[in-house]
Design a protein around this ligand. Structure first.
Ligand code: AMP
Ligand code: MG
Length: 397
């Protein structure tokens, strides 16, 4: 099996074909989880004016301590009041415009007000409780770099900095096509030899979470003409993800029919367990992934190979899965030829993450996978990983 690609080699080939899609303008309302194609620059200084950080009184610091006449009351959202002269104070709300002439705000809690005067017992410094104009960011400065994913915090930053629209790579359109004559939709009655279709749902949910616009096609039977029709339609998308039919059996038609439809195969089979017979090809700009039919193989193949492509198409600079480190619970033999990903339960202990591989690691055992929240990476080789060994793992949520 020395001829099989490693996971890293396969990922490199995929990413060579997965440059960012063209950018489009997106309103902030639609931009959550999208990826910036260009840096987003502040439209305004933030705050746009010197603003009060407290409910209190705007004053000249030099007038404190002292007793000051209250000249005006400034609410948030109102234009600046008149210039504050020496000997004056102005009531001001949090977020109110600090008037010209004032250089500090005395918090309401630390003064006594009576007869329209305020008595300030201790001195304040210039700048106390005043948020200077542009103190957060100045107009023209970068709020978020190209390649940033628009998290809730970043969306808030863009909105506050006056940005209404951003440029993002178009979301990839993905077609999911499960193959197999034996597949029935959940809810239908199974005839002899039939099983329920699971991969379409797995892959659609994974694609959606990765940022793609997904079309889940009805499962197609193991028939060349049906494959041709369904695949030709699927190939209109940016990314095609099939499941099943990429092995060596007489009913495994996906690769052959794709070749007839002009898909150029870049690789077939990777030294990974589960998921070895994965295929990847391209037709023009469309990326075509053939995942094996066993549901666990499809799930793992997606995480290792499809998700990075979906992220790269959106312009994420480091699209490969990011592993965390934890400790293996129990001893585990390594596979001599293939890197292995073990469905595992993730537990937090006083000294970090502990990973307990589930019993039943065969690639058809999708129901057992429901208990998994991580994939533990076991590099191929001789011998075993000992109980407590440091391992890399991927979270599955
Ligand atoms: P294949 O790769 O087509 O040889 O399929 C391998 C195994 O996975 C077979 O037992 C199939 O019945 C099963 N399988 C294929 N596709 C699906 C699917 N969409 N959902 C659940 N099981 C599937
Ligand atoms: Mg099949």
């Amino acid at each position: 099996m020395a001829d099989l690609l490693t996971i890293a080699e396969a990922q490199r080939l995929i990413l060579e074909h997965a440059g960012p899609l063209p950018a489009e303008s997106v309103t902030l309302e639609d931009a959550a989880r999208r990826v910036l194609a260009e840096p987003a620059r502040a439209e305004i200084d933030l705050p746009p004016f010197p603003s009060s950080a407290m409910d209190g009184y705007a004053v000249r610091a030099a007038d404190t301590p002292g007793r000051l006449r209250i000249e005006a009351r400034i609410a948030a959202g109102r234009p600046a009041a008149a210039t504050l002269e020496s000997g004056q104070a102005m009531g001001i709300a949090t977020g109110g415009v600090v008037p010209e002439g004032a250089d500090a705000v005395v918090p309401i809690e630390s003064v006594v007000e009576h007869d329209n005067e305020v008595e300030i017992d201790s001195g304040v410094e210039r700048g106390d409780n005043v948020r200077p104009r542009g103190g957060d960011i100045q107009a023209g400065e970068t709020v978020a770099e190209a390649g940033s994913v628009l998290t809730p915090a970043r969306l808030g930053a863009l909105a506050a900095a006056g940005i209404a629209q951003v440029r993002c790579a178009r979301r990839p359109r993905a077609a999911v096509l499960p193959t197999g004559t034996e597949l029935r939709r959940p809810g239908e009655v199974l005839a002899a030899g039939e099983i329920y279709e699971a991969n379409g749902l797995i892959l659609s949910a994974q694609l959606d979470a990765a940022g793609a616009i997904v079309e889940l096609m009805p499962a197609v039977g193991d028939d060349e003409a049906k494959h041709r029709d369904a695949l030709e339609r699927a190939l209109g998308a940016d990314v095609v993800v099939t499941s099943g039919g990429v092995s060596v059996g007489p009913h495994d038609l996906v690769r052959r029919v794709e070749a007839e439809l002009g898909v150029e195969e870049m690789f077939w089979r990777v030294s990974v367990k589960p998921g070895k017979p994965i295929a990847f090809g391209v037709r023009e700009r469309t990326l075509v992934f053939g995942l094996p039919g066993n549901p666990v193989s499809a799930l793992v193949g997606f995480v290792l190979f499809v998700e990075p492509a979906i992220r790269a198409l959106q312009g994420v600079p480091e699209p490969l899965p990011r592993f965390d480190r934890g400790r293996l619970a129990g001893r585990r033999r390594r596979n001599r030829e293939r890197d292995e990903l073990l469905r595992s339960r993730l537990r937090r202990s006083a000294d970090g993450a502990v990973l307990e591989p589930l019993s039943g690691q065969e690639s058809h055992m999708i129901a057992r996978s429901a208990a998994a929240d991580a994939l533990v990476f076991v590099p191929r080789g001789e011998g075993a990983l000992d109980d407590g060994a440091l391992v890399d793992y991927l979270r599955l949520d």
